[in-house]
Design a protein around this ligand. Structure first.
Ligand code: DP6
Length: 331
């Protein structure tokens, strides 16, 4: 793209989605996206979003393209609000052209808001000459999508709940080489369109189980982070599955109830438990959709993948290694 007379004011960033091993579900403050509990994730290096932001004085509105198509109303409103935050920080009013592309199919039901808002935050901040440190970028990305705060970093990442905007940020606890686990994402036949996470977070507090889940989080969080630091797969498997089940118990008991699982989701969860009892290092975790993330050790990935392929209803298996945090790839 041609630069305008004010200089480049353009940057392209790359960011990866992440899979939460200890889940974020529910907010203390919806507006600021201060989460009800701390969470912990692995950044997924093989899946990515690349976003270019170009602030251009000639524009009279923001223009947003997602995967080559103009963004739908709700998505473009969310992007505009995020750009407004960044414009306010930079003291500018210039509109932007935003182009975002992901290498994973949006129809596969893999949440793209984490990689999308991490890439958007870094590209927009860089394009308007804000020189922000990683913690500030993580706080800013959180305002667009909670899980995006974690995608600012690579490897294994914690997001501290915090009682204020300044206290709620993510940081890495181990790099991507520390433990080369794999995420095999068993994509199941898409059912009806699920309720999005943003709406789901608002329903969390209507479940009588949410208080107990949140109160127990420090225990699960400590067990999970120690298991990662000690590379202890059986403890990791136990706590990751329990955490996912606890979040889904809250979802299922909200008013109205949210049931994200399809029959195939349950088949895969059962298959994973069986494979682990037969000696394979694999555990499951499920986000706000029917797909199952199967976390396994590299030596067992081929065997696990072959078994998952045979589970009725599995239409595709995406694979990812741990990856890097968000980076600028052009400016
Ligand atoms: C189930 O970060 O997608 O994947 O802040 O509204 O964008 P918003 O929600 P989002 O929520 C993620 C929910 C989850 C669990 C997790 O990733 O921790």
């Amino acid at each position: 793209m041609v630069n305008d007379s004010m200089g480049a004011h353009q940057a392209t960033a790359r960011a990866h989605p992440n899979i939460a091993l200890i889940k974020y579900w529910g907010n203390l403050d919806h507006e600021l996206r201060l989460p009800a509990n701390s969470s912990l994730s692995m950044t997924l290096g093989d899946l990515e979003t690349r976003t270019t932001v170009h602030f251009d004085e000639r524009l009279d509105a923001d223009e947003i393209l997602i995967d080559d198509v103009p963004a739908a109303h709700a998505a473009s409103q969310r992007v505009r609000m995020h750009l407004d935050l960044i414009r306010r920080m930079a003291g500018i009013e210039t509109y932007a052209f935003v182009e975002s592309k992901s290498n994973f199919p949006s129809g596969a039901g893999i949440a793209s808001s984490a990689s999308a808002f991490a890439a958007l935050t870094l590209a927009a901040a860089t394009a308007c000459d804000l020189h922000l440190d990683a913690r500030t970028l993580s706080r800013l990305a959180r305002r667009g999508s909670g899980s995006a705060s974690r995608s600012m970093f690579g490897g294994f990442v914690v997001w501290h709940t915090g009682e204020s905007d300044a206290e709620s940020y993510a940081e890495a606890i181990a790099g991507k080489e520390y433990w080369p686990l794999l995420d095999l994402i068993a994509v199941v036949e898409a059912g009806h369109k699920a309720v999005g996470s943003t709406e789901g977070h608002r329903l969390a507090e209507t479940s009588p189980l949410q208080k107990a889940r949140v109160a127990d989080t420090p225990r699960r969080f400590a067990i999970c982070s120690h298991a990662i630091l000690k590379r202890d797969f059986s403890t990791l498997a136990m706590i990751v599955e329990q955490d996912s089940n606890m979040m889904h118990a809250v979802m299922m008991t909200s008013e109205p109830a949210l049931l994200y699982w399809s029959p195939s989701t349950i088949e895969i969860m059962k298959a994973v438990t069986r494979l682990r009892s037969e000696g394979l290092d694999v555990c499951y975790t499920v986000d706000a959709g029917p797909n199952v993330h199967c976390i396994c050790t590299p030596g067992h990935a081929v065997a696990v993948s072959e078994k998952l392929r045979k589970v009725p209803g599995v239409c595709e298996i995406l694979k990812s290694h741990p990856g890097d945090g968000a980076v600028i790839i052009a400016s």
